[in-house]
Design a protein around this ligand. Structure first.
Ligand code: HEM
Length: 232
């Protein structure tokens, strides 16, 4: 029984990782590529059932998908680290870069998008029941939207390096410290824009459109790939 071995159990963890990952990222793309542009073309009065009935259901699968992807992903990393030689080939470097991007995305889901969306959903329920609107709902929605667009951006290099780990041999960087410091600075700059970027600046404007977000994602994937090449 192949599944009863240690490798079999880790394979089940990998299976959970793939299932949870597609659930999460599938909904992320639905929100960003379909729902947000749709909402932009509707009137506030038309959005009641969407925000109060559809979005909460979608967000449940979204945030638990993120949680299971994150937990299963780190379990696989810890298992691989425990076997030794993690940083010997490019696997460890690529999976850690992809995993760190995924972990920032997970934090955005649980600590920005979900708390802000709760305010937006409550406001839709309140106004639907004839109560006054909450002035904090619009800025909360905008911040959640920017964090969600940032996650869409990050998902592009994230999946490149997650797939590259086992299927593309990269050169191991010559200086680990320099490699990670620069990689973390780049990630932090994009994340600071998600957390504190003001509407109307060039970076938030780029993420306001699907096209700009996808471009930013492919550019970031290229930047990280080139960083691997520069550091070899
Ligand atoms: C949240 C942080 C994440 C961490 C820490 C993480 C970690 C990992 C690890 C360690 C592997 C390697 C499995 C192996 O060695 O066979 C892996 C593979 C994979 N991950 Fe993730 N992951 C994360 C997020 C995601 C997300 C959001 C997706 C989206 C679909 C995803 C999709 C995949 C896929 C498709 C593979 C298979 C790659 C292959 O077999 O070549 N991961 N991930």
């Amino acid at each position: 029984m192949a599944l009863m071995s240690g490798d079999g159990v880790m394979f089940l963890v990998r299976w959970i990782h793939f299932l949870a990952g597609i659930t999460w990222i599938g909904l992320l793309y639905y929100f960003n590529l379909v729902q947000t542009p749709f909402v932009g073309e509707t009137q506030p009065a038309e959005r009641g059932a969407l925000v109060s009935k559809l979005v909460p259901r979608a967000l449940w699968w979204f945030r638990w998908g993120a949680m299971f992807t994150f937990l299963s992903g780190w379990l696989i990393i810890l298992d691989r680290m425990g076997r030794g030689g993690f940083f010997a080939g490019s696997y460890g470097w690529a999976i850690l870069l992809g995993g760190l991007l995924g972990s920032i995305m997970w934090a955005n889901v649980w600590f920005v998008i979900w708390p802000k969306q709760k305010i937006v959903i409550q406001n839709a329920l309140d106004t639907g029941a004839g109560k006054p609107a909450n002035p904090a709902a619009a800025p909360a929605g905008a911040r959640a939207g920017l964090a969600s667009r940032t996650n869409t951006l990050f998902s592009i290099p994230m999946l490149f390096f997650m797939g590259a780990a086992s299927h593309l041999t990269l050169r191991v960087p010559r200086s680990g410290a320099t490699f990670w410091i620069v990689a973390l600075i780049i990630m932090a700059a994009v994340e600071i824009n998600a957390l504190a970027g003001k509407p109307g600046t060039a970076t938030t404007k780029m993420l306001a459109t699907v096209k700009g977000t996808l471009w930013a994602g492919f550019i970031l994937a290229a930047v990280f790939y080139l960083w691997f090449e520069v550091m070899r």
